[in-house]
Design a protein around this ligand. Structure first.
Ligand SMILES: [Zn+2]
Ligand SMILES: [Zn+2]
Length: 864
């Protein structure tokens, strides 16, 4: 075997990673639809194309790539698609910024074109990072949600769900961001604690407390607890709303807390979710006080046109002037805000499109899925259990999938496109036929667009080839990898849509990863200045080091703190492994060996048995998605077993030209080959480079290693041999001997003598003889060692006399000292710990040093 290239002394990650990325072909990672192999389809997350693939993405993709590569090596036909979830507000905002416009300054089509252009450029930038990280993406399954090929399917899925009754439109209270001017789903509401003011005021003779007096115009009832005696007289009465003068009924409801404020509350449409409950339950009027742009409506009278904040101040001032306001108190409150812009959300009743949520269906499918880690299932369960409203899927934006619906201007009927006509944009296209109900051709296109999650929640249907003509053969997918931050959204919506469209779960398994925190332990953010980009890490230490950080830094599902030390130690490990590989490869090259040689030497058999243990451990760990445990086991094998122990043990044999050399060469080849294969999912470039010198093709085309045999006997004996050699090396070190210095004669007295094929003797540069049975040792006392720390302070000037007295005791008395001795004519007590005896051992009349390892005794007779 002679490698085609010279083995460089140092591992140059930048050169190696760049070179292999140039050699690998995309086709090698394509899913093969005609393959006989079992499919393994990964429903990868489509990132939002911001233009930078951030470290959280990189972390997530590392897990995906470990799995994809591992599964390919295990004989699966793997699909690792790459999607891009394009639509949404952030891009609209960016386009407005770049072009210095607002979305209404240009025609819808033109605005969309600008958004698409920006997105395409951003995708290209992110593709570069994906390639630079060495991810084995199946580029033949790339999808871009803003392109017709994809959003045709989004529209098709919409029509199917509309026809099957899962989608409906209705005027219903929804969460609304008045800054973004769009409805949003519950999953998009984030909560913040704020301090607000509770205002107590006179409501037609009843004291009422409210934090939102600006909603007074939208007041539709006053509610009290049915058993609250203070208000018994109000039952059945109507009260006049202060400042606005319309009358509202007094209702009773168990939910009213008599202890909060005055115990009487006003119900407005809508102050919060509770108002919506009451409004529905008691069939109250609807009074819209705030419009979609966040201004007070006409019913607010003189306050119309004001923003809610201004209106609140004005009303409080008017109440104070009219002596209606009694007092105020500060109040801590949780406020729902828009997840994107942090504006407090309003609950507005508008005509919107909804997806019906059937919790039992979703939970039944969720239970069929294997959740990793297991406890993440609870997050889904809790979310589904607290679900009260259907999913509002319509948005009042532009850059999104159009809702494929028209309305007849004359009769109001809904007109749907034929499935074959999709995709359509109803704002710029007309249906092929006039209104089927009344024949009118005065048609209005729906301007609302779909929530972005309507695109991404069919990612798995898209990659498995769903086109509406039945459930695809390779559906459900095998796995969904994603972050725990989008369980309530992406995972939830995908399960919902999959059940609605196919009647079954979307995947067999879901693998949840944690979030990446900055070095300071906080979420990475611009304002904290703790953002680290994957490019920066790759630049300094290479993609393979970053990938190992992702594997080693945390257990699956846990958040991971970014840490340069972990990257540096990954890089050091590579240097070490490169040195090991280089040593092995140079040895193999030095002289021909028999690749079929028997593993006769104990060390060789031990290495093979130990390697099998590692293969078992690593395989089991990856099967359980414990990437940190797998990598730890790999590193232990490479570093401790192979480098520190085995190679040290067989170096002598390797340099000799004895027949035993062949077994060591074969064992080293097997170890290097297996290590490269097990490292391949983690460090694809490094493994490919090392493996290439073995002349066996690409490591990525090999199969995952199987254990070569579980030879427990060799494992145990080998461990003992390794321990003995380690002890003797330490002895050398402690005695100031160079490690290669001759050590004299070593006898190993063991109940079970081993045949180590001379490895120990060569390693220690000693004459080694293995003896069975016990050593015939003679213990000789060679002197007395005094403890001056005890003797000095106690005897002072008599110390010497004390020591002389001890030294002159006969040997048996030194061994079993009397209570006291005579010192300078006086009897003194022998203090505890004042001296100890020194022994040496003799074997067959010669002085030896002694080491014990378990029940084994080793004697060392130094050459003089
Ligand atoms: Zn907003
Ligand atoms: Zn009509």
């Amino acid at each position: 075997m002679s490698p085609s290239r010279d083995l460089p002394k140092n591992y140059d990650f930048a050169e190696v990673e760049g070179r292999w990325q140039g050699i690998w072909r995309d086709e090698d990672h394509f899913f093969d639809p005609g393959s006989e192999k079992p499919p393994f389809v990964i429903d990868t997350p489509p990132p939002y194309p911001t233009g930078s693939f951030h470290i959280g993405n990189a972390f997530n993709w590392c897990y995906i790539d470990f799995i994809a590569r591992y599964k390919r090596m295990n004989g699966y036909n793997v699909m690792f698609p790459q999607g891009w979830d394009c639509h949404g507000l952030p891009t609209e905002v960016k386009v407005e910024e770049i072009h210095g416009i607002t979305k209404n300054d240009v025609p819808r089509d033109e605005f969309r074109r600008m958004c698409r252009e920006l997105t395409i450029g951003n995708i290209e930038k992110m593709r570069k990072t994906l390639r630079r990280m060495g991810f084995s993406v199946d580029w033949s399954h790339e999808y871009i949600t803003m392109l017709p090929a994809y959003y045709r399917k989004t529209q098709l899925s919409f029509l199917r769900m509309l026809n099957s009754g899962y989608i409906y439109q209705s005027e219903h209270p929804v969460n609304f961001c008045t800054r973004c001017e769009t409805a949003i789903a519950f999953a998009e509401v984030s909560y913040e604690d704020r301090e607000t003011v509770l205002n107590f005021f006179d409501f037609d003779g009843v004291e009422i407390a409210t934090t939102r007096p600006e909603l007074l115009a939208g007041c539709v009832a006053v509610a009290v607890h049915p058993e609250d005696e203070r208000y018994g007289h109000l039952k059945g009465r109507r009260l006049k709303v202060p400042l606005f003068c319309h009358e509202v009924p007094v209702i009773t409801d168990e939910v009213v807390d008599p202890g909060f404020g005055s115990g009487a509350v006003m119900i407005c449409t809508f102050g919060d979710k509770q108002d919506v409950h009451w409004w529905k339950q008691h069939s109250l009027d609807l009074r819209k006080a705030i419009d979609k742009s966040g201004r007070m409506t006409a019913i607010a009278g003189k306050y119309a046109g004001m923003k809610p904040d201004e209106c609140r101040k004005a009303i409080i001032a008017d109440m104070a002037a009219g002596k209606i306001l009694k007092r105020t108190e500060p109040l801590q409150q949780r406020v729902g805000t828009c997840w994107r812009c942090k504006t407090p959300i309003e609950i507005l009743s508008e005509r919107q499109w909804f997806v019906k949520i059937v919790p039992e269906e979703i939970m039944a499918a969720a239970k069929e899925i294997s959740w990793n880690p297991r406890h993440m299932f609870l997050r889904m369960e809790n979310w589904v259990e607290q679900m009260e409203w259907d999913w509002c899927i319509s948005r009042q934006r532009i850059f999104a999938t159009p809702i494929p619906v028209w309305f007849c201007a004359k009769c109001g009927d809904m007109i749907l496109p034929a499935e074959a006509e999709l995709p359509v944009d109803p704002t710029s296209e007309k249906p092929c036929v006039p209104c089927p109900s009344c024949g009118s051709d005065e048609i209005i296109g729906e301007e609302d667009v779909l929530d972005t999650w309507m695109d991404s929640s069919i990612s798995v249907l898209n990659v498995t080839g769903w086109d509406g003509s039945g459930v695809p053969d390779i559906f459900p997918a095998q796995i969904r990898p994603q972050g725990h931050d989008i369980i309530r959204t992406w995972a939830f919506y995908t399960i919902l849509r999959s059940v609605a469209l196919t009647g079954t779960r979307p995947w067999d398994e879901i693998l949840i990863n944690g979030m990446v925190l900055g070095e300071d332990g906080f979420k990475m953010s611009k304002s904290r200045g703790n953002i680290i980009s994957p490019e920066e890490i790759v630049e300094k230490y290479g993609a393979d080091s970053l990938r190992q950080w992702a594997a080693a830094g945390a257990s699956t599902g846990s958040d991971i703190m970014f840490n340069w030390n972990d990257v540096v130690s990954a890089s050091r490990f590579q240097t070490k492994l490169w040195n090991i590989s280089r040593f092995i490869l140079l040895q193999l090259e030095r002289k021909e060996f028999d690749p079929e040689a028997q593993y006769t030497a104990l060390a060789d058999r031990w290495l093979m048995a130990r390697l099998s243990v590692s293969v078992d451990e690593v395989t089991d760990a990856i099967n359980h998605y414990q990437f940190d445990r797998a990598l730890k086991s790999l590193r232990e094998f490479a570093w401790d077993v192979l480098a520190d122990n085995y190679i040290e043990l067989v170096k002598g044999r390797l340099y000799s030209d004895e027949p035993g050399r062949d077994g060591a060469c074969r064992a080293l080849t097997a170890a290097l080959d297996t290590l490269c294969r097990m490292m391949a999912p983690y460090a694809p470039h490094f493994s490919e480079e090392c493996y290439s010198f073995l002349g066996r093709g690409s490591v990525h085309n090999t199969s995952w290693p199987a254990p070569v045999g579980r030879d427990l006997g060799s494992l145990e004996e080998g461990e003992l041999l390794v321990k003995l050699v380690a002890e003797l090396r330490r002895y050398k070190h402690e005695n100031g001997m160079a490690l290669n210095a001759p050590m004299g004669k070593i006898s190993v007295f063991s109940p079970r003598p081993m045949d180590d094929s001379g490895d120990m003797a060569r390693t220690l540069n000693a004459e080694v003889s293995w003896r069975s049975g016990a050593a015939k040792l003679e213990k000789v006392c060679t002197g007395v060692q005094f403890n001056m720390g005890v003797i000095g302070p106690l005897f002072r000037k008599d110390a010497k006399a004390f020591m002389d007295a001890i030294t002159s005791l006969p040997a048996e008395l030194q061994e079993n000292p009397p209570e006291s001795v005579m010192v300078s004519g006086a009897e003194v007590k022998i203090p505890e710990d004042s001296f100890s005896l020194q022994y040496s051992y003799m074997v067959e009349g010669e002085k030896v040093d002694l080491i014990t390892v378990g029940d084994i005794i080793v004697t060392i007779r130094k050459t003089s």
